[in-house]
Design a protein around this ligand. Structure first.
Ligand code: GKE
Length: 336
């Protein structure tokens, strides 16, 4: 008999890509759950059992985890800097999803639980300069994470650890570093920098605009991980025997200005930058150190930023050109 996997947040970006991968492999029975109405799921598959329900409620997590072997939890209220800086309470409420899923996993004897954490858990004082050394997993402590969203992620990481110690549930936790790629949000307020800047340059080129808005001074640095590398890292950690916390990120650190140059190259279109200093900026510099995951798990990323941005740019361009499905990927808020 096939094992049963539940993907929470399957209507979102990473959850949708993971569901697609599992269905291609055809090794598992798949249950997909998301708070969004089904017409707003980024990807939806008839072969899976699909549920639109609020996983903040124990009644729902209890129902959807019945007879499930493995759980992947991507369900959280999230977005780029523009969203998480202005919706701290909403972001922290995602703690209910993880709490109730873990309680239900224990009650329903699920075997393994994967939690998607974030680079936002890292101590802010280690990220106040550009082009910093990559963050090692130990840099999350002493705790001073991103306010709101980062605190929720760090708390939920620890809850996984203690559910493992106290109730024996096998847990896996990774910290994603700014994942991007096709079939993700590119407009509406939740989009992160790679998709936002692709969109802005596409629209500038289409309308013959000479200038785009850029948040901050453009010198802040990040590393960005392409979605296919993220899915492979997720599976490699999930299938490993380790319940340590791992970075799943890229070590290719760029400034926002450098990323804009790469996108200009792809678009074959140059823009002037209107720097908006009062917009949400987040930390000054952030990148991943992958030495621990490479040594313990053997995972490393394979896409350069340029390769990933070419695919992302082309997908967003097609969405804008065709005008189809735009609302799904550009919706700012989820109806409550
Ligand atoms: N979103 C966005 N849109 N960011 C822009 C823009 C724009 O048009 N122009 C410049 N930026 C700058 C932001 O000000 C920030 O300094 C940088 O790009 C990256 O912004 P981001 O992609 O929205 O998000 P962050 O990397 O700061 O933070 C994200 O980190 C992830 C984990 O690494 C979080 O929002 C989470 O989505 C996630 O946990």
């Amino acid at each position: 008999m096939k094992k049963k996997i539940l993907i929470c947040g399957a209507g979102g970006f990473i959850g949708g890509h993971l569901a697609s991968r599992f269905l291609k492999e055809n090794k598992y029975d798949l249950v997909c759950a998301d708070v969004k109405p089904k017409e707003y799921w980024f990807q939806i598959f008839d072969e899976a059992e699909n549920h639109s329900l609020d996983l903040k409620e124990y009644e729902n997590t209890s129902k959807v985890t019945k007879n499930v072997d493995y759980i992947f939890n991507f369900a959280c209220n999230m977005g780029g800097m523009g969203f998480i800086e202005n919706n701290k309470a909403e972001c922290m409420l995602s703690v209910l999803v993880n709490t109730n899923l873990l309680r239900s996993a224990v009650k329903n004897s699920c075997k393994k639980y994967f939690f998607s954490s974030s680079a936002c858990v890292y101590n802010g004082s280690k990220q106040n300069q550009t082009f910093i050394s990559g963050l090692k997993e130990t840099d999350a402590y002493p705790a001073d994470p991103e306010d709101g969203y980062g605190w929720e992620k760090l708390f939920s990481e620890r809850m996984c650890r203690h559910f493992n110690e106290d109730f024996g549930i096998d847990t896996r936790v990774v910290r994603y570093h700014n994942i991007y790629g096709p079939l993700g949000t590119f407009d509406g307020g939740r989009e992160k920098a790679p998709a936002a800047l692709c969109r802005k340059i596409i629209l500038a080129k289409k309308n013959n605009f000479k200038e785009i808005d850029v948040w901050g001074d453009g010198e802040q640095t990040r590393s960005f991980l392409y979605i296919d590398d993220c899915i492979q890292g997720t599976l490699d950690v999930f299938n490993s025997n380790s319940n340590e916390v791992f970075n799943v990120g890229s070590e290719e650190q760029v400034s926002i200005n450098q990323m804009i140059e790469i996108i200009e190259d792809i678009a074959n279109y140059k823009v002037n930058k209107n720097y908006q200093i009062d917009k949400p900026k987040g930390v000054r510099g952030r990148s991943s150190d992958n030495s621990f995951i490479q040594k313990q798990i053997g995972w490393k990323h394979t896409h350069t930023l340029k390769e990933g941005l070419i695919k992302t740019y082309n997908w967003i361009n097609n969405q804008i050109e065709s005008g189809t499905n735009i609302s799904k990927f550009s919706k700012s808020t989820i109806e409550k």
